[in-house]
Design a protein around this ligand. Structure first.
Ligand SMILES: [Zn+2]
Length: 464
């Protein structure tokens, strides 16, 4: 008998392979961080022996979901600055907070966000750093990702903070060269880390100089990575681009070489039909952030139009300051509902299409579909075990529809990342969840006091 580390038996496995096979009475042998064998349960248990055997009878195994856009620091700002547009929201919550966020705050926010993602079926998250008020904060985010066991893509951010209004000035400012140097440092540091990758993420069109964008494309090549950016999120994005560069954002991105690089565009709420055609030509991937876009009152990304042009669209939570949590199961449900309402057509974005966006297309969005996004031999063992026998999801006719429209976190029993059980039966393995909850509440309240952040309801100020 051959040896594996984990054996799964008697499961229904939604593989998301190219034939989209759903295997019944199926099993999986896992060795190290990879899937060794997948097939009939009785064949797998005959061929392999493992110390850890999971009998998943009556349960469904799905590939781990991929959250293509997030900002973990915003877990500290959950519930603040609601009911206003992007720029007012930035000024009234996020920008005010930056200078006061310390290492411990960021660690707690990231770890808590990772826990919520793991409990809602996410095994890979792209976390987009827009700026920090101290130098080593990216390393703090990576540390929290590693401690909780999630697979992370740290999108190293940059903004020319010297342009910020006086009220939001930071004490720590980087030049474009410092940004590139630190991205290369992180990339070298983690080049053999199986769970951490580094991408490049200037905040938005006004974050860098034109030369900076051209250099960015070269640095991405050097790092063998991709670029991700907030892209035509609001009208101001194009207005700035026309004023500064004499052309709209997408044309500018084409000119400086961003579109010819591996590129994940985020939001694209203001996209036109012509621009969709152009992005499709360059095989640009798009991150669709339904909940945060609805919260901010953006236009609807016309997902069906993008798909018709052959584009790849992934799903995302976005940061908790505009979501206001990190619950991927809510994203699964709301993402198609918004499209059905927008097109006035219930047939658009079916449950099976949504699951593709959350898994294999999500993997394409982060340029890792050779390793992630489906359960196949040789791929990373990233998955979750789903039990439909809970009050909100029983009875079940079809596990895909059940997951997309009926699920909550109580359905997800076990989450495995790279062959490691990181969440099981309510318990997160890598960190002390209860302690983190208490510390996060305490640190967040202190941060809000320092930054003078509060809510208003019925005209009255509300502090915690
Ligand atoms: Zn964002």
């Amino acid at each position: 008998m051959k040896t594996a580390d984990i054996l799964i038996k008697n499961a229904t496995i939604v593989t998301m392979n190219t034939q989209r096979e759903i295997l019944q009475e199926a099993g999986m042998a896992i060795h190290g961080d990879r899937i060794l064998k997948i097939g009939k349960s009785q064949d797998i248990t005959k061929e392999y022996h493992a110390e850890k055997v999971i009998d998943a009878r009556g349960k469904t195994i799905f590939p781990g979901m991929i959250n293509t856009h997030n900002h973990f620091f915003q877990v500290l700002l959950k519930g603040l600055g609601k009911d206003r547009g992007l720029l007012a929201w930035l000024e009234g919550s996020v920008q005010k907070a930056f200078r006061y966020i310390e290492e411990e705050d960021l660690y707690l926010a990231t770890a808590m966000g990772c826990i919520e993602l793991l409990k809602t079926g996410v095994t890979t998250v792209l976390d987009y750093q827009y700026l920090h008020n101290r130098p080593m904060m990216n390393d703090v985010v990576i540390k929290a990702m590693e401690d909780t066991g999630i697979r992370g893509i740290l999108a190293r951010g940059y903004s020319d903070t010297k342009q910020f209004p006086e009220a939001f000035r930071l004490d720590y400012n980087e030049t474009e060269q410092q940004f590139f140097d630190d991205a290369l440092r992180l990339s070298n540091l983690h080049q053999h880390n199986p769970n951490i990758d580094i991408a490049l993420a200037p905040g938005i069109i006004w974050s860098m100089t034109e030369d900076g964008y051209r250099n960015l494309v070269q640095v991405a090549k050097q790092m063998n990575t991709f670029i991700t950016m907030h892209t035509i999120e609001t009208k101001e994005d194009n207005e700035f681009s026309i004023e500064q560069y004499g052309m709209p954002t997408i044309d500018f991105f084409e000119q400086v070489g961003i579109l010819s690089s591996p590129f994940l565009a985020v939001h694209c709420a203001e996209i036109t039909k012509q621009e969709i055609k152009k992005l499709a030509l360059y095989d640009v991937r798009v991150s669709y952030n339904a909940i945060s876009n609805m919260m901010m009152g953006y236009k609807t990304l016309p997902v069906e139009d993008l798909i018709k042009e052959g584009m790849t669209v992934g799903l995302a939570t976005d940061g908790a300051a505009s979501n206001d949590n990190q619950n991927m199961l809510q994203v699964l449900k709301i993402s198609p509902l918004w499209q059905k309402a927008f097109y006035q057509n219930p047939a658009v974005l079916s449950a099976s299409r949504v699951l593709e966006m959350a898994t294999i297309d999500g993997a394409k969005c982060v340029f890792k579909d050779k390793e992630l996004g489906s359960l196949e031999e040789g791929k990373k063992a990233d998955f979750f075990i789903y039990n439909h026998l809970k009050c909100g999801s029983v009875p079940m006719v079809d596990s895909v529809v059940n997951l997309v429209y009926c699920a909550d976190s109580s359905n997800i029993e076990t989450t495995v990342v790279g062959g490691k059980i990181v969440y099981d039966q309510g318990k997160i393995m890598g960190v002390e969840e209860e302690q983190l909850i208490t510390r996060l509440q305490k640190n967040a309240v202190l941060l809000w006091k320092k930054a003078d952040l509060y809510n208003t309801q019925w005209g009255k100020r509300i502090d915690y």
